[in-house]
Design a protein around this ligand. Structure first.
Ligand code: GLN
Length: 447
């Protein structure tokens, strides 16, 4: 069924960059055989899953939607992907994304934009737009995304599905092509909160291949899923319900808050006083880390090599000039500038200090409540081309999401309503570090 849907809808949506039909059918047959033999099923046996194409799967292309990696075949498998496969997941394809996960609309892919499954004139969000569209269109039951500054949660909200950015260190980054290493996390994108809890349970946990992966034990998210919210304090982030928020998004989020009240929770208003600095802070730290991480694409070790280069300098310069798209170049330039001597103190060092202030904002907010709630994105899915000429407008669509990556805390986006035009609206539930269960419980209560 998933493969049929892919065949029918992918030419229009461009959600997947590659598919693995033979492998998937073989695996599905193996699952049938296990069932027939009465063997116990593993947590994801028979579940069709799509992997974002910045995560390695040995023997298959991993392009990061970039010309520079267009012909790169992964030599090993990302830990999170390997864990899904070991749990029985049937990997049906690799999803389109903004080049190197840099973007909020999936229009920065070297292989063309992804279209919104409900309205092809609109974007699915980004950078995990292919993953979100694939889940929403029924090409799979779950997908992986990566979230450096909202890239799982914002497309999940645009496409009307559930998306989770885990606590930093909860899921191994081994085999995820690095963008901003201190911000990046792989996470699940699914139709329901229950499915997301199941996926994260499989993907999470310590991995000796990633020094930043946590030893914190992984709870049984599924067993803890249904909770009584009576007595919970739900923190409404004051700054997230102010200027720039679309009226319909605000109304849908407020309606969800009403449901929490009806379930016996108390609403408390809390403040993240430094929220207005988050976008600026994120775009200094993320670009600085990206400029260092992307230095490895030099035309020598792997990926695209400019054919006409005759000197070493030309080999680097031409391969990078021809291989990277405009947004990636913009990020490398911004990051290199922020890290250069003379500007380092004014930008990068300052940004690190602001990051600490943001982290403290969350610590203080969580003294007053169990979870925090904001809209996921200030607007619903926008039109293709609407923000491509104005990077700042595009960056602002991440205002509520990037803060979590800077602080390291987990967040979940789930559908909380629709606009008059039928476009999905997402609500973001935020929990303290390693308290993903709380976030699943609060999300589950709204379904
Ligand atoms: N939209 C943000 C950016 O362009 C977030 C990207 C991400 O989370 N990978 O950097």
């Amino acid at each position: 069924s998933a493969l049929d849907t892919i065949e029918r809808r992918n030419p229009e949506l461009n959600a997947l960059l590659s598919t693995l039909p033979e492998q998937a059918l073989r695996q599905a047959a193996e699952t049938d055989a296990r069932l027939a033999a009465g063997e116990p099923l593993r947590p994801l046996d028979g579940v069709p899953v799509v992997i974002k194409d910045n995560q390695c799967l040995a023997g298959t292309r991993t392009t990061c939607a970039s010309k520079i990696l267009a012909n790169y075949t992964a030599t090993y498998t990302a830990t999170a992907v390997a864990r899904l496969a070991a749990a029985g997941a049937v990997i049906v394809g690799k999803a389109n994304l903004d080049e190197f996960a840099m973007g909020s609309s999936n229009e920065n892919s070297a292989f063309g934009p992804v279209r919104h499954p409900l309205d092809p004139t609109r974007v699915p969000g980004g950078s995990s737009g292919g993953s979100a569209a694939a889940v929403a269109a029924g090409m799979c039951l779950a997908a992986t995304g990566s979230d450096t500054g909202g890239s799982i949660r914002q497309p999940a909200s645009f496409c009307g599905i559930v998306g989770v950015k885990p606590t930093y260190g909860r899921v191994s980054r081994y085999g995820l092509v690095a963008f901003g290493s201190s911000l990046d996390q792989i996470g699940p994108m699914t139709r329901t909160v229950r499915d997301a809890a199941r996926m994260l349970g499989v993907m999470a946990g310590h991995d000796s291949h990633d020094a930043t992966s946590s030893l914190h034990p992984v709870p049984d998210y599924l067993a803890e899923l249904d909770a009584d919210l009576r007595g919970w304090r739900i923190g409404i982030v004051r700054e997230a319900f102010g200027d720039g928020l679309d009226a319909e998004v605000s109304a849908a989020a407020r309606a969800a808050l009403k449901i929490y009240e009806n379930l016996g929770a108390t609403l408390v208003e809390v403040s993240l006083p430094h929220l207005s600095y988050a976008i600026a802070d994120y775009y200094i730290i993320a670009t600085a880390e990206a400029s260092a991480n992307l230095a490895r694409f030099d035309g020598v070790r792997y990926g695209y090599r400019a054919p006409e280069a005759t000197t070493v300098h030309d080999l680097y310069a031409l391969s990078r000039e021809q291989g990277f798209g405009p947004e990636v170049k913009r990020r490398i330039l911004l990051g290199t500038y922020a890290l250069s001597s003379g500007y380092y103190d004014a930008y990068y060092l300052k940004a690190q200090k602001v990051r600490t202030l943001l982290r403290r904002d969350f610590e203080q907010a969580f003294e007053q409540c169990e979870v925090l709630v904001t809209p996921t994105s200030p607007t619903p899915a926008f039109k293709l081309g609407e923000k491509t000429d104005d990077p700042l407008q595009m960056y602002l669509s991440d205002i509520y999401t990037v803060t979590l990556n800077l602080a390291g805390v987990p967040g979940l986006s789930l559908p909380c309503g629709k606009t008059r035009d039928g476009l999905p609206i997402g609500l973001q539930v935020i929990a303290p570090m390693f308290e993903e269960s709380r976030m699943f419980q609060a999300g589950r209560a709204l379904e």
